[in-house]
Design a protein around this ligand. Structure first.
Ligand code: SAM
Length: 281
């Protein structure tokens, strides 16, 4: 393994700072710096870009991002034990890395970064999906970020990039396709991580579109797809009963057969339904 910088190997960093992996924080670390540099390259051209990294842990991906030429990295880590290890990286890249000890679900990084901004993260999947939905559903578009490069369990990655009619198609696929181009750019086996998780992982790259593919209010669309897929085996007129008293009319008005099921509906139909519901609210 070649080193990508003059810092100690990650195994040594973990031993020095006693960073035993905690399951409660979803800690499965990437220790191969060649691999983290490869993931960093999935972000795109890093030179002249600010990166928001969520969950840097001992800093493998952070080092990849900096070694690949990121202008600046703002790293948000919940586990206070990792902060001294990350400060050592900051010292090796003066003025380029800022580390914040915070819960990414509570911390607002906007205002601390300059455009173009890319987001990179290897997070526990529940935190990752919650942040993904937030990043995809602000009221205004385009958002503060240009792209998201996110590690997920492979199954979640497939759900984000799924097409209508497939088993994986659901809320994440609709929201991702609405405002971004999303694709799986790398697959990783469990052994890539320390400790290895039970499942395989994949990196998803999402590029923000300049405008949503179809007009819709973000909160309404989010509610419509959440309800529609919450009971995905039910006909839409039943699954969406609580959405509006005259839901069958809304469905027909949006050109949707009320007896259809959510998994067959294309993005355009969900957006038409969200517009109809919003207009009558
Ligand atoms: N990026 C590192 C790597 O690739 O080796 C660590 C990845 S590990 C899967 C997930 C990291 O996210 C851990 O360092 C964990 O402490 C951190 N984390 C978990 N929940 C978080 C949250 N809500 N906010 C910020 N960081 C979080």
């Amino acid at each position: 393994m070649t080193q990508i910088d003059a810092l100690p190997p990650l195994r040594e960093v973990i031993a020095t700072h006693q960073l035993s992996a905690r399951k409660s924080l979803g800690q499965n670390f990437l220790l191969d710096l060649n691999l983290t540099a490869k993931i960093a390259r999935c972000v795109g051209d890093l030179t002249g870009a600010d990166i928001l990294e969520i969950g840097p842990g001992p800093g493998g991906l952070t080092r990849g991002l900096l070694a690949e030429g990121a202008r600046r990295v703002l790293a948000i880590e919940k586990d206070a034990r990792c902060i001294p290890a990350l400060q050592e990286i900051a010292a090796a890249y003066p003025g380029q890395l800022d580390v914040v000890n915070a819960d990414a679900l509570e911390f607002d990084p906007t205002g601390q970064l300059q455009s173009p901004i890319h987001i990179a993260a290897n997070l526990p999947y529940n935190v990752g999906t919650e942040l993904l939905v937030r990043w995809l559903t602000p009221p205004q578009w385009p958002p503060f970020w240009h792209s998201l490069t996110l590690m997920f369990q492979r199954e979640v990655a497939q759900r984000i990039t799924a097409q209508p009619g497939s088993k994986a198609y659901g809320r994440l696929a609709v929201l991702a396709a609405w405002r971004s181009d999303a694709q799986i750019v790398m697959n990783l086996p469990p052994e890539a991580f320390t400790p290895p998780p039970k499942v395989s992982s994949a990196v998803v790259h999402l590029r923000a579109l300049p405008a949503p593919r179809f007009e819709a209010d973000a909160k309404t669309l989010e509610r419509v797809v959440a309800m529609a897929f919450n009971q995905r085996r039910k006909m839409l007129r039943a699954a969406l009963k609580g959405l509006a008293p005259d839901i069958e009319e809304h469905l027909r008005g949006a050109g949707i057969d009320p007896t259809a099921r959510a998994e067959t509906l294309p993005l355009e139909a969900f957006c038409a339904l969200a517009r109809s519901v919003k207009a009558s609210a």
